[in-house]
Each structure stands twice: as structure tokens, then as C-alpha cells.
Ligand binder design. Structure first.
Ligand code: PGA
Length: 225
């Protein structure tokens, strides 16, 4: 394999701690044991904040090759920001954070400026920012080397973009922001269609919502690569 292959589960606002642990104990032992710091397959799970620390513990105890990420982080540092999850508080729990998901841009009025601030906080704290964009015209802020192309029409609809179009967008993002930027595709990805996306030259994996919630389907996704 000459490119990284990211398979990232975005659970969104789902799963109790119990449900999260059941998922980890089913999926964890079935992930091929590859050093997650080496090139190759990188499987990431992004639970809700409430389950992060238990998931992190379960992954460590099981010694599973599973990276733990968050779905967001605060644009601010630590301090008087009630309800926020600051990057310095998260860095012991996560090594990646989804930033600027379209659901946050839409429901929480997150702007490119806020996204840029979050990327900055992540990088300062050695958390890999994964910035979600809706097309090659969404701004990718400095310091971000991992981008997910997620067209809004494809999210949670069962109506994915075509691999060919995703490839064109991925190519466009790389030509704008550098060949070292890795581009993922997200939006209605399942075990049936993931291969058609990751077979594209410029697509380095997928960000998966609905299909990642079901542990059996998620294992199928990994084993179908
Ligand atoms: P979906 O969500 O796989 O349910 O379409 C993807 C995402 O929002 O990251």
C-alpha cells in the first residue's frame, strides 16, 4: 500500500458509554494489527465527548490498533468557557479531531474563522485536525494536512457522490493546498461502496457516519478494503 488509508468512524451524537464499549470490544480485535504510526491502514473512532475517556481506556486495555478522536474541540484555550472542550484537556484522550463538520457549520454557525481557530488549537496540542469541506472552494486553514470532502447532499442520505467526482474534488484540494494534503471522502459510505472511493488515486480513506454505528457493518467496511 503506497498511501495511507484512513477509515474514520464519526458517531455524531450517538452511543451511551455501554454501547460505545460494546462496539470497541467487537471491532477492536478484528482490526488488522498494523502500527498506527506507520503508513497504511489507520482506523479511527470519534465517539461523543461523554464516552471518550472510557473508549480510550478500553482501547488501551485491549491493545487495539484503534486511534481515538473527537468530533470537535474548542476554539479557545483553557479558561472561563463553560461547556467547551479545550484542546489541552483533550490531548491526553485523542490524537485527531474532526473540525468544521457541515452539521456544525449549519447548526452551530461555525465560520471558516472559527474553524481556523480550532485547527490552530489542535495543532498547538499535537492533535491532528481533520477539516471537513463541502467542495474545493471551502477554505482549508493553515496547518491542516487532512481534509474530508463531504458534500452536504450525500451526508446521511444514502445518496453518495460519485467516486469520479470525489476524485476531481480531491485533486482540486491537493492542487490548491499541496500534494502532502491527504483527502478523504465522506457521505453515505458503506461496505458496499467504500472500495470504489478509496481506489481513486487521490482519495486516502473515508469519514463514515451512519454505517460506522453498526459494529458488524464497520468491520465489513474494514475487511472490504
Ligand atoms: P454519513 O455521514 O456516512 O452518515 O453520510 C458522514 C459524515 O457526516 O461524516
Amino acid at each position: 500500500m503506497n498511501k495511507n488509508l484512513w477509515v474514520i468512524a464519526n458517531w455524531k451524537s450517538n452511543k451511551t458509554i455501554r454501547e460505545a464499549l460494546d462496539w470497541v470490544s467487537y471491532v477492536g480485535p478484528k482490526i488488522p494489527k498494523i502500527d498506527p504510526s506507520a503508513d497504511g491502514l489507520k482506523v479511527v473512532v470519534c465517539p461523543a465527548f461523554s464516552a471518550l475517556s472510557e473508549v480510550k481506556k478500553a482501547v488501551a486495555v485491549g491493545n487495539y490498533p484503534l486511534v481515538v478522536g473527537s468530533q470537535d474541540l474548542s476554539p479557545y484555550n483553557v479558561g472561563a468557557y463553560t461547556g467547551e472542550e479545550a484542546a489541552p484537556l483533550l490531548k491526553d484522550l485523542v490524537s485527531l479531531s474532526i473540525i468544521g463538520h457541515s452539521e456544525r457549520r449549519e447548526n452551530f454557525t461555525e465560520t471558516d474563522e472559527i474553524v481556523a481557530q480550532k485547527v490552530k488549537r489542535a495543532v498547538e496540542n499535537n492533535i491532528t485536525p481533520l477539516v471537513c469541506v463541502q467542495g474545493s472552494d471551502t477554505l482549508v486553514s493553515d496547518g491542516c494536512k487532512l481534509v474530508a470532502y463531504e458534500p452536504v447532499f450525500a451526508i446521511g442520505t444514502g445518496n453518495p457522490d460519485t467516486p469520479d467526482n470525489a476524485e476531481v474534488v480531491a485533486r482540486g484540494i491537493k492542487s490548491l493546498y499541496g500534494e502532502d494534503v491527504e483527502v478523504l471522502y465522506g457521505g453515505s459510505v458503506t461496505s458496499e461502496n467504500i472500495k470504489s472511493f478509496i481506489d481513486m488515486e487521490n482519495i486516502s480513506g473515508s469519514l463514515i457516519g451512519r454505517a460506522s454505528l453498526n459494529a458488524e457493518e464497520f468491520v465489513k467496511i474494514i475487511t472490504s478494503l
